[in-house]
Design a protein around this ligand. Structure first.
Ligand code: FAD
Ligand code: NAD
Length: 328
């Protein structure tokens, strides 16, 4: 019997692996605990339009990723974002233009993974709680107690702490994943009925509870009925305020924004907060992917490389490469 390959996680890493394996003629089945794909590249639909609460933009430095981003651009999945960039530190706000090409999904970040998923078979709202091996094949168990399988191989494409719990059949891989510390990020969106009187469209911040802010309407294809801003707290502020109620997080980050933006800030017409518990690895790795090819168990994700969108895509490709190499 030629059993399919299970992929747990429909973020960019899982979908990158899925596309490569599907292109090689292998049958795959995807699982995600969320209601849709994208993971940390997901966009939240709100009364202020779709908001990129996770990944804000991405850069492409590796030749293979540069090539794929050009294909995405040709298909209309991504566009360049060239914001008026600033940085803010103890000396205040200053313009900080550069030559870096930055990309965003259009009309929202999640457009990329939605398009990559296409018609591939997927189970959403399905949290996998156990990955175990029978005599010949792999089986998955979900949080509802339902089992899925048989599968010839399993690829775990979740953040490292979640992967560690699913890798118990391969203790070496489990302990590598468990060694990765992932830092949280509080994200807040504020929508203003009257546009703010500032030229800032993106800002790298130091020495504040915030570490980044972006003006949503400056990105291509976004809804601009409100002037909506996405604010990201720094890892250390987010860690220290992990269990703060959302209203208090909004109030504190609104205060930090008011202090640095340098223009009058009216009361927002819209606000929301989202906590990313496993937002980014505390440090980069050079693993590419984790693999026990003889067992048929793999793990991938941004945490195996740079902790960025590009790293997630490359890690998915590396997993598919190792799996295909083992089958030759
Ligand atoms: P994820 O996107 O996390 O995908 C994992 C998937 O697995 C999720 O869909 C999840 O629901 C699913 N899952 C987890 N556990 C289970 C389970 N048990 N069963 C089933 N499904 C499960 N990168 C940049 O390059 N530029 C940026 O500007 C940037 N900004 C960021 C800002 C924030 C606030 C955050 C959180 C991240 C940011 N990143 C940025 C990082 C970027 O988003 C990630 O590197 C990338 O999206 C990770 O993709 P991934 O596939 O590895 O993981
Ligand atoms: P990038 O080259 O634009 O940014 C890398 C870093 O360089 C920035 O964080 C910033 O510190 C600095 N920088 C770049 N351009 C600057 C400018 N014009 N002025 C001042 N500083 C500048 O993009 P990248 O390397 O693809 O990194 C992706 C971004 O995603 C980073 O900003 C990173 O912090 C962010 N990220 C955030 C999270 C989170 O959880 N909040 C997770 C992963 C990545």
């Amino acid at each position: 019997m030629n059993a399919p390959i299970a992929i747990i996680g429909t973020g960019l890493a899982g979908l990158s692996a899925a596309q490569a394996l599907h292109a090689a003629g292998l049958e795959i089945v995807l699982f995600d605990k969320s209601r849709g794909s994208g993971g940390r590249m997901a966009s939240k639909r709100s009364e202020a339009g779709s908001l990129d609460l996770g990944a804000q933009y991405f850069t492409a430095r590796d030749r293979r990723f540069v090539e794929v981003v050009q294909q995405w651009q040709a298909r209309g999945w991504v566009a360049e974002w060239d914001p008026q960039l600033y940085h803010c530190n103890e000396n205040g706000l200053s313009s900080s233009p550069d030559e870096q090409v930055r990309w965003v999904g259009t009309p929202r970040m999640s457009a990329i993974t939605r398009a990559m998923l296409g018609a591939l078979p997927v189970h959403f709202s399905c949290r996998i709680t156990e990955v175990f091996r029978g005599e010949h094949y792999w089986e998955l168990q979900d949080a509802e107690g339902q089992s899925h399988g048989p599968f010839s191989s399993v690829i775990i494409a979740t953040p490292a702490p979640q992967a560690a719990g699913l890798l118990s059949a391969a203790p070496k891989l489990a302990s590598a994943a468990a060694s990765v510390v992932m830092e949280p990020t509080w994200a807040v969106a504020l929508g203003f009925a009257t546009p703010l009187e500032t030229r800032v469209e993106g800002c790298f911040v130091r020495g504040s509870p915030l570490d980044w802010l972006a003006r949503n309407r400056s990105k291509p294809g976004r809804d601009n009925s409100l002037d909506t801003w996405v604010l990201h707290a720094s890892s250390s502020w987010s860690r220290q305020h992990l269990d703060l109620p959302k209203e208090a997080v909004i109030e504190q980050l609104h205060g930090a924004f008011a202090e640095l933006i340098g223009c009058p800030l009216p009361a927002p017409a819209f606000s929301l907060a989202h906590r990313w518990l496993y937002a980014r690895p505390a440090s980069a790795h050079e693993w590419g992917a984790l693999a026990d090819a003889d067992l048929g168990l793999y793990a991938c994700g941004d945490w195996c490389l740079s902790g960025r969108v590009e790293g997630a895509w490359l890690s998915g490709q590396e997993t598919a490469r190792r799996l295909l190499e083992h089958r030759q």
